[in-house]
Design a protein around this ligand. Structure first.
Ligand SMILES: Cc1cc2nc3c(=O)[nH]c(=O)nc-3n(C[C@H](O)[C@H](O)[C@H](O)COP(=O)(O)OP(=O)(O)OC[C@H]3O[C@@H](n4cnc5c(N)ncnc54)[C@H](O)[C@@H]3O)c2cc1C
Length: 388
């Protein structure tokens, strides 16, 4: 381990907390400063679109309550000066470092017009309150995992729901044809009105206006239209930014030996996919990458390890569990390898040049595990299913 005396972590959520915990676990006994724009103890975001909307408030991340010294709560980094190894906070204070972890995550695209978005605890509580008011008609913009989960919860509450998605089917890009078509069917069977293949132009005075000229009345609008990485504070720093902080395979900012990035904000070349640049917006990635970035920072670029975990996420919609592994969209072929969409239980293997690159499993967790191993090993889908 090289000698560092003062490490600053910016972003006090999942990746940032994991970085702090890992620094201490690896024996770093220097000063750690954690800068976080939010004032809460670090909490888990996945429940915000699930159990929190149904009344659950127990979402602290394990170990969050152990943060004490060196945590600058409710403070935002506004500028970075790598040459001086300092960052400036919103109140003008300067924080020095000899090692820096960037874990500033992402924020939702906001269409305005009173549409709710869902990233923070405050936003989830505000939406919960609105849902409890029993609005008659909820319009959800975007059928990704957040939009799908909100639609599912609103149906559980007995509300009328319209889900608008720009793709052919919701989540088409991430799940591929068979699973996305099945998901669209599931939404419809569960009473969600689907409006697909059209973009939202504006939200205005209780109506959602679509690109094709239609406009849909809404008592409550919720937008899950994707996120933007929080990198503006790095403008002018000289750090390379492009849909995230560009880092190398060991998570070091390009050209830097003392700055690493992790979580939703980091974009790195994934060695499993021939060095394709990826930015992954999933829990397990932020969890593992926060720890890996901290270990690599302590080790230094020469001894650091490449980060090549297989990405994956899970979502529950209308009582069905959908899980993914790897990057299905990189596949040039998709095969349903077990079960069938009509049975609401199946798995799809995505391969490129005969090598597994991703998988989607619907109500088939064991198949997901098997396929995920296959993705990590660069196996062919046939060897996995012929061998079992
Ligand atoms: C509603 C919801 C549901 C989700 N469900 C799932 C799911 O089911 N499965 C799954 O895999 N993933 C899910 N995710 C995604 C997952 O939560 C994220 O991938 C994860 O939170 C990323 O962690 P992070 O630490 O990289 O970033 P974030 O959680 O975005 O945290 C970044 C932190 O940095 C702070 N910050 C930003 N800029 C600054 C600055 N300049 N100075 C100081 N602080 C700053 C922010 O305030 C924030 O607290 C969900 C996300 C949301 C919002």
């Amino acid at each position: 381990m090289r000698t560092l005396n003062e490490i600053t972590v910016v972003g006090a959520s999942l990746a940032g907390l994991r970085a702090v915990q890992t620094l201490r676990r690896e024996g770093f006994d220097g000063e750690i400063t954690l800068v976080g724009a939010e004032t809460h103890l670090p909490y888990n975001r996945p429940p915000l679109s699930k159990s929190v909307l149904r009344g659950d408030d127990d979402i602290l991340l394990p170990g969050a309550e152990e943060l004490s010294d060196g945590w600058l709560r409710g403070r935002t980094a506004v500028r970075l000066n790598p040459a001086a190894r300092t960052l400036t906070l919103d109140d003008g204070a300067e924080v020095g470092y000899d090692g820096l972890v960037i874990a500033t995550g992402a924020r939702p695209r906001r269409p305005g017009g009173g549409a709710h978005t869902l990233r923070t605890l405050e936003e989830a509580l505000a939406l919960r309150e609105e849902l409890a008011r029993g609005h008659e008609h909820v319009v959800v913009i975007g059928g990704g995992f957040i939009g799908g989960e909100v639609a599912s919860t609103a149906r559980e509450l007995g509300l009328k729901v319209t889900l608008i998605d720009a793709g052919r089917y919701p989540m088409h890009a991430g799940l591929g044809d068979a699973a996305a078509r099945w998901l669209a069917g599931l939404h419809e069977r569960s009473g969600v009105e689907l409006v697909s293949g059209v973009r939202v132009r504006a939200v205005h005075e209780g109506r959602v206006h679509l690109d094709d000229g239609r406009s849909i009345p809404a008592d409550l609008v919720v937008a899950g239209m994707g996120v933007l990485p929080n990198t503006e504070w790095l403008d002018g720093s000289g750090l390379e930014v492009g849909d995230g902080v560009l880092v190398d395979e060991r998570l070091f900012a390009r050209g830097s030996a003392e700055i690493v990035a992790a979580g939703d904000v980091a974009r790195w070349p994934h060695s499993l996919y021939g060095g394709t640049l990826v930015r992954i917006e999933h829990w397990s990635n932020a969890n593992e990458q926060g720890a890996a970035a901290a270990r690599n920072l302590l080790a230094g670029p020469g001894a650091a390890q490449g980060f090549a975990d297989v990405p994956g996420f899970a979502t529950s919609v209308h009582g069905s569990r959908v899980q993914t592994a790897g990057l299905p969209h990189l596949g040039d072929r998709a095969d349903v390898v077990t079960g069938a969409p009509e049975e609401d239980r199946f798995a799809v293997a995505f391969s490129r040049d005969g090598v597994l690159v991703g998988a989607v499993a619907v109500n088939s967790p064991k198949d997901l595990i098997k396929l995920k191993r296959g993705v990590a090993a660069g196996a062919s889908p046939h060897t996995i299913y012929d061998a079992s």
